[in-house]
Design a protein around this ligand. Structure first.
Ligand code: HEC
Ligand code: HEC
Ligand code: HEC
Ligand code: HEC
Ligand code: HEC
Length: 189
């Protein structure tokens, strides 16, 4: 009995404590809401996440995109005022973290997936584009990888609204379903 209780207590402590020990968490720099921008500013995804003329993906928008609207406050929220005071006025780029960031040795191209493959953003990113709040960015202290790559437990990755994984297995799984097969060097530099 004491052994069982001890084992359960250790398991419980590990279950709760381990993610804290292994992941370092930091908030995103700005209290940005995708939902507010879709509803109040009427922006489309490509207003901020555009493809350039040469087909490369611009990714996270730079401050100039935001400043085009926020040179002066458009509303009265504290979130907007903080953003203007900390970034727009001093002309400082926010230090955004990309949840999907892959290791240096992985090659990934948005244009082939979105234009040629006709995939929706949500298939890989979940509903982040519709979120009202940015969740904290979590990074594995040892590997330096984002938690979204392979830090989700089975339980978390199956939960409703979960962000799909970005592991090698996840890439290969979808490719296999689409009847594609790639050599190591198609994905690795
Ligand atoms: C007004 C500008 C703006 C618009 C419009 C916008 N986004 Fe974003 N988006 C951002 C900013 C800023 C970030 C960086 C914060 C972050 O990493 O979550 C971001 C991050 C993201 C990310 C997270 C990528 C990652 O891994 O960190 C996804 C996915 C995304 N946007 C999808 C969308 C989709 C889908 C739409 C359209 C429904 C959209 N966005 C419209 C500004 C915008
Ligand atoms: C097309 C114009 C437009 C662009 C581009 C734009 N915004 Fe906004 N933003 C708005 C409007 C409109 C609101 C809502 C203002 C209100 O009524 O409170 C808003 C609200 C906000 C708020 C307050 C959020 C809240 O919860 O109400 C923040 C912070 C913000 N924007 C940051 C950004 C950042 C960062 C970017 C660039 C990635 C950006 N905005 C790009 C129009 C824009
Ligand atoms: C097939 C899966 C897939 C699809 C579909 C996809 N993405 Fe991504 N996205 C990724 C991966 C993987 C990364 C990380 C890329 C890297 O690290 O080089 C990423 C990174 C991003 C980033 C962060 C880029 C940066 O500057 O760091 C944004 C923003 C983003 N995606 C938005 C979108 C939007 C908007 C769409 C829909 C138009 C979309 N993605 C469709 C897989 C996908
Ligand atoms: C949801 C399905 C899906 C996921 C997830 C996915 N892919 Fe793909 N991928 C595709 C499809 C479809 C194509 C073929 C596009 C075309 O040429 O029509 C493709 C093509 C590719 C190609 C060859 C074309 C090119 O860009 O050079 C590479 C490399 C690739 N994917 C890498 C990745 C990596 C790395 C990941 C994971 C981070 C990933 N893919 C995740 C569906 C997916
Ligand atoms: C469809 C794209 C794709 C293909 C094909 C692919 N990989 Fe990967 N691989 C990835 C992605 C994405 C990661 C990073 C995420 C992860 O660690 O799961 C990765 C990670 C790895 C890692 C771990 C590297 C690290 O820094 O942690 C090794 C080792 C690896 N791949 C070897 C291979 C070998 C060997 C092959 C050929 C048999 C191969 N990969 C084929 C996408 C791919």
């Amino acid at each position: 009995m004491p052994f069982l209780a001890g084992a359960l207590a250790a398991l419980g402590a590990g279950w709760v404590g381990f993610p804290h020990a292994i992941y370092k968490s930091r908030p995103q720099p700005v209290d940005f809401s995708h939902k507010v921008h879709a509803e109040k500013a009427g922006t489309k995804c490509e207003d901020c996440h555009a493809f350039r003329e040469d087909g490369t993906f611009a990714g996270i928008p730079s401050l100039s995109t935001c400043a085009a609207c926020h040179a002066a406050p458009m509303g009265t929220t504290a979130a907007e005022k903080n953003f203007i005071d900390a970034y727009v006025t001093p002309n400082r780029e926010p230090d955004w973290a990309s949840y999907a960031q892959q290791p240096e040795n992985v090659f990934f191209s948005h244009i082939t997936h979105v234009k040629l493959g006709q995939l929706k953003c949500e298939q890989c990113h979940g509903d982040q584009g519709a979120s009202d709040k940015l969740r904290p960015y979590q990074v594995d202290r040892i590997s330096g990888y984002s938690r979204d790559i392979w830090g989700r437990t089975l339980f978390q990755s199956k939960a409703a609204g979960a962000v799909p994984g970005m592991k090698m297995d996840d890439c290969v799984d979808c490719h296999r379903k689409q009847g594609l097969s790639h050599s190591c060097l198609d994905c690795h530099k």
